[in-house]
Design a protein around this ligand. Structure first.
Ligand SMILES: C[S@@+](CC[C@H](N)C(=O)[O-])C[C@H]1O[C@@H](n2cnc3c(N)ncnc32)[C@H](O)[C@@H]1O
Ligand code: SF4
Length: 430
């Protein structure tokens, strides 16, 4: 039997600097030329090492993710791709590289094109220099525009943009501005991710500092600022005390703002718009705006966070959601092949470990991942593979009746207007 083609993911764990929200494994690239070379050599050895396991498979996607692949030294991507083509049977591949605006020079764009990269995903996040600063991004909107100009000059058409929602101080208007800029640049693929506050990141700490001020206030029930006349722009001493502990500034690594708080209702609330995180409803509104605008402009949402014009869907990422096989190489990379999952540790000297899996894990993955896509899951195939007949289950029938799920032939999918609450829908099926 001919096995379906394989995808290869290659993690490049270096960035110009660490963004305030990011928990992906990456190290600052400054003065790491030697580390980079050693790392690329290890990747090439791994390519050789794993190839014999996939002798009867073709490779049809390669994805350089990160981290920031565009900070690698010249010839690094060439060397890795040559190792892939020397060791695997590669056929009409989609070759993607993630990129950051600050390192996407004209030379880099030409280099990527020359070595065979044919798809670039550039992280913009927001078309607003103030927001980019809050996020700890080292580029501006102009840098982004220059990067796109460089890509086009080098002949790239298949360009994606990453944007983020639910950012501190982000409004619908700002999301709209970002979409307008991408529209003007004729970007055919957009990924829109709601900010996930990752423990240990500066943005997480910034949010939890505000939060703990609120809790402290309530716990003590001793707000010294309850006084009406001190309401406007009063400095809350409770909050201040916390700030003092941290050298008079909140350690959010974003900037050193003078925090003013209003505890008129005995609820300490940071007045700084930088730390005004939109709540879940506001973020859902932003997501709806993205969906409405992009679908009205000829994009299709092919996965919950991914929108593309016809023909510009990312073939590699589709493998993740449709249980296709992929080999992950490099630090913190994951693999899925032969029905098993593997994870590499977060270190330049990474090790690979098989992830223990029960049959129930496989079934749950199949439901969870496929339902993220617009096509949903083939209930018949699921029944054949795992013996579970979703279409005979009262919960599923009820979700269909209530309009949360839709059935198209044997395919079961989340209803288009319920994508934002898909996690709670999926949870009912696991
Ligand atoms: C891990 S980055 C790698 C690509 C590139 N370095 C960049 O920053 O664009 C890929 C994307 O993940 C998204 N991302 C990273 N951390 C996130 C978080 N905590 N919440 C939501 N999206 C996040 C960003 O949109 C980012 O562009
Ligand atoms: S978001 Fe991208 S550039 Fe920023 S630290 Fe993470 S991987 Fe690096």
């Amino acid at each position: 039997m001919i096995k379906p083609p394989l995808g290869i993911y290659i993690h490049i764990p270096f960035c110009v600097s660490k963004c305030a929200y990011c928990d992906f494994y990456s190290l600052p690239c400054c003065n790491r030329e030697t580390d980079m070379r050693t790392y690329v050599e290890r990747l090439c050895r791994d390519i050789q090492k794993y190839a014999p396991r996939f002798q009867n498979r073709t490779v049809d996607t390669v994805y350089f993710g990160g981290g920031t692949p565009t900070v690698l030294y010249e010839s690094a991507i060439f060397g890795i791709l040559r190792a892939v083509s020397d060791n695997f049977s590669v056929s009409s591949p989609e070759i993607t590289s993630e990129a950051n605006p600050e390192s996407l020079t004209l030379e880099k764009a030409h280099e990527l094109k020359a070595v065979g990269v044919n798809r670039i995903s550039v992280g913009l996040q927001a078309a607003d220099d103030g927001l980019l600063k809050i996020l700890g991004r080292v580029h501006t909107v102009s840098d982004y525009l220059r990067a796109i100009e460089n890509l086009r000059a080098a002949g790239f058409e298949n360009i994606g943009a990453d944007v983020m929602l639910g950012l501190p101080g982000q409004t619908l208007r700002r999301v709209e501005d970002t979409l307008k800029l991408l529209h003007k640049q004729n970007i055919p693929h957009i990924s829109a991710y709601a900010l996930k506050l990752e423990k240990g990141t500066p943005l997480y700490r910034a949010q939890s500092t505000v939060h703990s001020a609120q809790l402290k206030d309530k716990d003590n029930a001793q707000c010294t600022m309850r006084n009406a006349q001190l309401k406007d722009n009063a400095e809350c001493r409770i909050y201040n005390a916390q700030i003092k502990e941290k050298s008079e500034t909140v350690d959010c690594a974003l900037c050193t703002v003078d925090y003013k708080v209003d505890c008129g209702l005995c609820t300490v609330r940071c007045k700084n718009p930088l730390l005004n995180f939109p709540d879940d409803d506001a973020t859902a509104d932003q997501y709806d705006l993205v969906y409405d605008t992009l679908t009205a402009n000829g994009f299709r949402r092919y996965e919950v966070s991914n929108f593309a014009r016809p023909g510009f869907e990312c073939r590699h990422n589709l493998k993740y959601w449709t249980m296709g096989d992929y080999l992950g190489l490099g630090a913190a990379a994951h693999s899925f092949y032969g029905g098993a999952r593997y994870a590499n540790s977060r270190s330049l000297n990474y090790r690979t470990q098989k992830t223990p899996q029960t049959p129930a894990d496989g079934l749950n993955d199949a439901i969870m991942l496929n339902l993220r896509t617009e096509r949903g899951i083939d209930a018949q195939l699921l029944k054949q593979a795992y013996g579970r007949d979703l279409l005979s289950e009262p919960t599923v029938l009820d979700l269909i009746k209530k309009g949360f799920l839709i059935l198209n032939g044997a395919r079961l999918a989340v209803a288009p207007d319920k994508f934002y609450v898909m996690n709670s829908i999926i949870a009912q099926l696991l």
